[in-house]
Design a protein around this ligand. Structure first.
Ligand SMILES: CC(C)(COP(=O)(O)OP(=O)(O)OC[C@H]1O[C@@H](n2cnc3c(N)ncnc32)[C@H](O)[C@@H]1OP(=O)(O)O)[C@@H](O)C(=O)NCCC(=O)NCCS
Length: 214
């Protein structure tokens, strides 16, 4: 594929990490700009990349694709919507140091960072974000806008709804064939939790074993 401009929506720490990710895919992306909605940030540079508003980035880089570099699923969905309304198409980014089989489907706009290992019969929806060093086992389905923070471990037969957030170092044990362990839309798993049972939509669970926060 030809080299293409990339605009990163977000100007925080993860945006800088995504800039590195994109540049690690040799010959594919030229990081053109970081977008910050705060006008006070415009005109600055971060790690050598100019910071600008969304419309200015669209005008300056009309051929660019965009990636939304924020971990929060709801905010990411909002930013992707704004970017689409401004006319941007989205970039799908997979770091070269990711191992996955040919039986993994990666949805449009999804970002998979360095060090991840995804095995087989896995479906990642659109705009999913898998941060550093996670493992994802067989027969896992992730709904759009789901986020895995660094070092999460997902066992086989687990189904995620839309916009689920899994914190750093969390573990989700396996479901079973025909009876997946499920995490409903908007569920949140705290850092370091061990999820042993399905989690209802919109529920936050923490601890080992994970329990709904009272
Ligand atoms: C679970 C989580 C979402 C809760 O966030 P919050 O609603 O802001 O919670 P608070 O910080 O107000 O803490 C509320 C209580 O839950 C406890 N708590 C928070 N996170 C916890 C966790 N991961 N495990 C166990 N207990 C936790 C706090 O100690 C506090 O207990 P207290 O009331 O007895 O003092 C958050 O703490 C978390 O784990 N986020 C993941 C962060 C992460 O992985 N970031 C990666 C960035 S790349």
């Amino acid at each position: 594929m030809a080299m293409q401009d990339l605009v990163i929506y977000g100007a925080g720490g993860f945006a800088r990490e995504v800039a590195w990710l994109a540049r690690s895919i040799e010959g594919r992306w030229r990081v053109a700009a970081l977008v910050d909605d705060d006008p006070a940030a415009h005109g600055r540079t971060i790690n050598g990349f100019p910071v600008m508003g969304l419309d200015a980035a669209r005008a300056a880089f009309p051929q660019a694709a965009l990636t939304a570099a924020v971990g929060d699923p709801a905010l990411r969905e909002k930013l992707v919507g704004r970017a689409a309304a401004a006319g941007f198409g989205c970039a799908t980014l997979v770091h070269p140091r990711v191992e996955m089989s040919e039986w993994v489907e990666v949805g449009e706009g999804t970002v998979v960072c360095a060090g991840n290992l995804l095995t087989t019969n896995i479906v990642l929806g659109r705009h999913v974000q898998i941060n550093l060093d996670c493992t994802v086992g067989h027969d896992v389905v992730m709904g759009d806008y789901t986020t895995l923070a660094p070092g999460a471990h997902i066992s086989g037969w687990v189904h995620f709804g839309r916009g689920v957030y899994v914190g750093t170092g969390a573990v989700i044990i396996n479901g079973h064939e025909g009876v997946p362990l499920t995490l409903g839309d908007g569920a949140v798993v705290g850092a370091g939790a061990c999820v042993t049972r399905s989690v209802a939509a919109g529920t936050t669970v923490v601890g080992v074993p994970a329990k709904a926060r009272g």
